[in-house]
Design a binder for this molecule. Structure first.
Ligand code: IMP
Ligand code: MG
Length: 186
């Protein structure tokens, strides 16, 4: 943390450089909400938040979309307690709402390898949605093959493990109101 920078919410050597501060996050989330409001005018999109990482982003984003939207959540597991992908994605909590004919927007915290997202896309596409788009708060530069599947992106970030604003390391630090690097032992 730079000496002149804002203090961290939590006093821990695990917390490093602030990658996206709270103000920038809120401003960008408002922009994304306005864009979705325009793109889905006269429709009622179904936002699907991918738990738990997308929780903060989802609740902030939804409040900037001026449409009669609906919200559902899904939980998949791909990481366990490590900072590297296990390569295994499975559904831990499935949706409550039927996707038939719905305009679905998958809300993700971060796209890293893209593995989680391509699994979700494949799975949800088979359920009869009218449309299926993705809104990712963060995209880590350089690792995923294609970007064309990402309709809405908040920020592109350097290839470092980050925490905060929903993102965790071993379930901790989701409550930071900004995104910073994780400097602890993985
Ligand atoms: P992917 O399948 O490799 O794209 O990984 C996506 C998921 O891994 C995200 O939804 C996060 O839950 C988790 N993840 C990836 N990178 C990070 C990170 O830097 N911090 C915290 N979680 C991460
Ligand atoms: Mg996630």
């Amino acid at each position: 943390m730079p000496p002149e920078g804002p203090p961290h919410l939590i006093d821990s050597p695990d917390l490093g450089e602030i990658i996206v501060d709270a103000e920038a996050l809120q401003a960008r989330v408002a922009e994304l909400g306005a864009q979705i409001t325009r793109d889905y005018a006269d429709r009622a999109p179904l936002l699907i938040g991918v738990l738990k990482g997308a929780m903060m982003f989802m609740t902030d984003l939804a409040r900037h979309i001026a449409l009669p939207l609906e919200i559902d959540f899904m939980a998949v597991s791909s990481y366990g307690n490590a900072t590297r992908t296990s390569g295994v994605v499975r559904i831990v909590k499935d949706l409550d709402i039927d996707l038939t004919g719905r305009d679905v927007i998958i809300v993700e915290d971060i796209v890293d390898s893209g593995l989680t997202l391509s699994y979700l896309r494949r799975t949800l596409a088979a359920r009869g949605a009218a449309s299926l788009e993705v809104c990712a708060l963060l995209v880590r530069e350089g690792l995923q093959k294609t970007d064309d599947e990402l309709r809405y992106v908040g920020f592109r970030i350097p290839p470092k493990f980050v925490i905060g604003y929903g993102l965790d390391f071993a379930e901790k630090y989701r409550n930071l109101p900004y995104v910073c690097t994780f400097e602890g032992e993985a």
